[in-house]
Design a protein around this ligand. Structure first.
Ligand SMILES: [Zn+2]
Length: 249
C-alpha cells in the first residue's frame, strides 16, 4: 500500500469536474490514501469539505507564503473565522506553510509573521506540519527552533545537502515527489522519506507534460526502489509507515 502525503486534489482550479476517475486511478495503482493540502482560508475550507466527502482523503489547514498576503489584521480575522475547522476529525496537519523567496516582490516580514502564527496553531493543537520552504532556510531554521512541534515534514525538499543534514539532525522527514525522477536534487535516507505527488504539479517521469495525480505515487515509488536499491514492497512499507506515524492515517 502507498500513500500520497501531499496533493491538491480538492482544488477546482486544477481538478475541475468530478474526481471519481482520479480516485479510481489512485486505487488501481495501490495508492490507498491521500492528504489534500490547504493553501489559503477558502482553499483550506474546501480541502476540509472534500476530505469529509471521500473516505480515502484527509486534509491540512494552511496559508501558503505565496498564496496569502492579506496583512496582519486580515490574518487575525481569517484565523478567527476558521477556528472551528481546526476541530475537524479528518484534519491531520498544518500546511502547507513556510517561506518562499523565489519570486520577486515577496514580503519577507509578513511571510515570517504568517509562519509564526501558523506554527503557534500547530503547537497549540499538537499537529505536525507540511513545510514549504524555498530559498529561505537561513530565515526558517531560527523560527522553526522556537516551537515544539510533533515530527514534521519538509515537503518537496530540493535544497542543499547542508540544509538536508540540518533537517535530519532536527528530526524532520522529507517529502519525495516527481522532482526526484527528473531533477538533480539531494536525496534523504530512505528511513526519513514520505512519498507525495504535489498533484497537479511536478508530474513524475514518464508522464512529464501531463497533469499530475495521486496514482503516480507508484512511479515515484518505482524510482525510489531503483535509487535506494530496495524492492518496491520495502520502499512502500517504509514510506507508508512513516506517513502513518506522522499523520496518524
Ligand atoms: Zn503543494
Amino acid at each position: 500500500m502507498l500513500v500520497d502525503t501531499h496533493c491538491h486534489i480538492h482544488d477546482k482550479q486544477f481538478f475541475a469536474g468530478p474526481t471519481d476517475e482520479i480516485l479510481a486511478h489512485m486505487h488501481e495503482n495501490g495508492v490507498e490514501k491521500c492528504i489534500t493540502i490547504g493553501t489559503d482560508p477558502e482553499d483550506s475550507a474546501n480541502a476540509c469539505k472534500y476530505a469529509n466527502e471521500h473516505s480515502e482523503v484527509w486534509w491540512t489547514f494552511g496559508y501558503h507564503p505565496n498564496d496569502y498576503n492579506g496583512g496582519k489584521a486580515k490574518l487575525e480575522a481569517d484565523l478567527a473565522a476558521s477556528k472551528s475547522l481546526l476541530d475537524d476529525k479528518r484534519l491531520v496537519a498544518i500546511g502547507e506553510i513556510g517561506l518562499d523567496y523565489h519570486f520577486d516582490g515577496y514580503n519577507k516580514e509578513f511571510q515570517c509573521y504568517l509562519l509564526e502564527n501558523m506554527l503557534q496553531i500547530a503547537q497549540d493543537h499538537q499537529l505536525p506540519v507540511s513545510f514549504h520552504i524555498r530559498e529561505a532556510f537561513d530565515d526558517f531554521w531560527p523560527i522553526y527552533d522556537n516551537f515544539r512541534l510533533p515530527t514534521s515534514v519538509l515537503h518537496s525538499y530540493s535544497d542543499s545537502k547542508k540544509n538536508l543534514k540540518i533537517g535530519l539532525e532536527k528530526g524532520l522527514y522529507f517529502g519525495v515527489n516527481g522532482l526526484s525522477t527528473f531533477a538533480d536534487v539531494a536525496h534523504p535516507p530512505l528511513e526519513r522519506i514520505l512519498f507525495e505527488t504535489d498533484a497537479p504539479f511536478l508530474t513524475p517521469k514518464p508522464f512529464r507534460g501531463t497533469i499530475n495525480k495521486p496514482g503516480y505515487v507508484k512511479n515515484i515509488a518505482e524510482w525510489a526502489a531503483g535509487y535506494y536499491q530496495q524492492d518496491f514492497e520495502a520502499v512502500s512499507k517504509i514510506t507508508t509507515e512513516n506517513a502513518a506515524k506522522i499523520f496518524k492515517i
